[in-house]
Write a new protein. Structure first.
Lengths: 155, 197
C-alpha cells in the first residue's frame, strides 16, 4: 500500500478507481444494516424500498422507510433486529417510519404506521429497554405499546 | 344535483361508520400480558387485560371503553395474520469468567446445540450480543462484551455458520439480567446472548 500512495497522487485514474472501491464497500456495509427479514409469506405482497417496488419473499431484508402492501388473502411475517415479531394480514399497508437500534448507547426507536388492514405485533428488545420508544400510528390513533403483544385492525 | 349531494352525504356517513382503528391486547407466546395506550386527539384508553379491545372511529372522538373480545371474534378479525406469524426468535446464553472473553469448556457443546437449532430453523439471521457485569469502568466493559461476542461468533463460524448470517453486537454493562450497583461482580451478567431469528 505504501508503494501505491505516490501512484495515487500521480495518476488520478487510479485515485478514482480506489474511490470506487471504497464506495462499493460502503454500499456493502449498508446492506448489512438491514433491520428486519421476511420469515413467512403468503402471496401476493410487495415492498416499496426508496420508491422502488420489489416482490416479497422469505429471506428478503427490510430497511427503515420501507412500505409493505399486501393483497387479498396475502400475509407477510417479519422478525426485526430487536427480536420483535410482526405479521401482516390481507389488504394491509404498513410502513416502517423509524427504526433505530443502538442498545449500547441506549439509542433506540421503533415507529411504524398501519394505514389499512390487520397486523399482529410482539415487541422485542427495544420495548424491553425503552417501552416509550415503541409506537404505532394509524389514521385515527397513536398507540404506545408497553409490552408485549397487540393486534391492530384499520378499516 | 340536490339528490347527488344527499347521496354523497349518506355515502360519507357509511364510510365513517365502518372506518377506524381497533386495537386488541393479547397474551404473548410466553403468556405475558402487557399494556397499550390508544390515543386520539380527544382522549386516551389504556388496555391492560387479555383480550381487551378499544375502537377509535375518528381522531376527534375518544376511543371506546375497553371491552374483552372472545377468541372467535379475534380469529374472525385477525385469523390470516395470526396463522402466518413467524415462530418467536430462539435465545441462548453463554456464560464467561470474570474479566475474560475466553469460552469455557462446557460452552462448546452448547454452541453445537445452537448451531443445530439454527440449521433446523434454516435461519440466516443470527445475533451474538455481548454483555458484562459492572466490575471495571463502562468503557472497558464495552470492549470486553464485544470480545465475548466475537469469541462466540468465531466458534459459530468455525462450526459452519455463514459470515453473512451473523451479526455481532455488544451492550457493555448496560443491559444486565440481574441489575446491580456499580462495581459488583455478578456471574449471570457476564454472558453472550445468541438470538436466532
Amino acid at each position: 500500500m505504501k508503494e501505491l500512495l505516490p501512484l495515487l497522487f500521480k495518476n488520478p485514474r487510479i485515485a478514482i478507481f480506489f474511490a470506487f472501491i471504497s464506495l462499493a464497500h460502503l454500499s456493502a456495509f449498508a446492506d448489512e444494516n438491514y433491520i428486519g427479514m421476511v420469515k413467512t409469506y403468503q402471496p401476493v405482497a410487495d415492498i416499496f424500498h426508496s420508491g422502488v417496488k420489489t416482490p416479497v419473499d422469505v429471506g428478503v431484508k427490510l430497511y427503515p422507510g420501507d412500505t409493505i402492501i399486501t393483497q387479498a388473502e396475502a400475509a407477510v411475517g417479519i422478525i426485526f433486529m430487536d427480536g420483535s415479531v410482526l405479521s401482516l394480514g390481507p389488504e394491509t399497508r404498513f410502513e416502517i417510519v423509524d427504526f433505530l437500534f443502538k442498545p449500547a448507547e441506549r439509542n433506540v426507536s421503533f415507529v411504524s404506521k398501519v394505514s389499512q388492514g390487520t397486523a399482529t405485533f410482539t415487541s422485542g428488545a427495544i420495548g424491553r429497554i425503552s417501552p416509550e420508544s415503541v409506537k404505532f400510528i394509524t389514521p385515527t390513533t397513536t398507540l404506545g405499546l408497553h409490552g408485549t403483544k397487540i393486534l391492530i385492525e384499520v378499516k | 344535483m340536490k339528490n347527488g349531494r344527499v347521496f354523497f352525504a349518506i355515502f360519507g356517513l357509511m364510510l365513517a361508520g365502518c372506518s377506524g382503528t381497533t386495537v386488541v391486547l393479547v397474551p404473548d407466546a410466553s403468556g405475558k400480558v402487557g399494556k397499550v395506550s390508544v390515543k386520539t386527539k380527544a382522549g386516551e384508553q389504556m388496555l391492560s387485560q387479555a383480550g381487551e379491545s378499544t375502537t377509535a372511529s375518528s381522531v376527534d372522538k375518544a376511543p371506546t371503553p375497553g371491552k374483552v373480545l372472545d377468541d372467535t371474534k379475534i380469529q374472525k378479525m385477525f385469523g390470516v395474520a395470526l396463522a402466518n406469524e413467524p415462530a418467536p426468535p430462539l435465545h441462548y446464553s453463554i456464560n464467561f469468567q470474570a474479566g475474560s472473553a475466553e469460552l469455557l469448556p462446557d460452552s462448546k457443546p452448547l454452541l453445537m446445540t445452537v448451531f443445530a437449532a439454527i440449521q433446523a430453523r434454516k435461519s440466516c439471521d443470527v445475533s451474538a450480543i455481548g454483555h458484562s457485569d459492572r466490575v471495571g469502568d463502562d468503557r472497558s466493559n464495552k470492549g470486553l462484551s464485544l470480545k465475548r461476542a466475537e469469541s462466540v461468533a468465531n466458534v459459530l463460524k468455525a462450526i459452519g455458520l455463514g459470515d453473512d448470517c451473523l451479526d455481532v453486537r455488544y451492550y457493555g454493562e448496560s443491559d444486565p439480567v440481574i441489575p446491580t450497583a456499580d462495581g459488583v461482580a455478578e456471574p449471570r451478567n457476564r454472558r453472550v446472548e445468541i438470538e436466532v431469528r
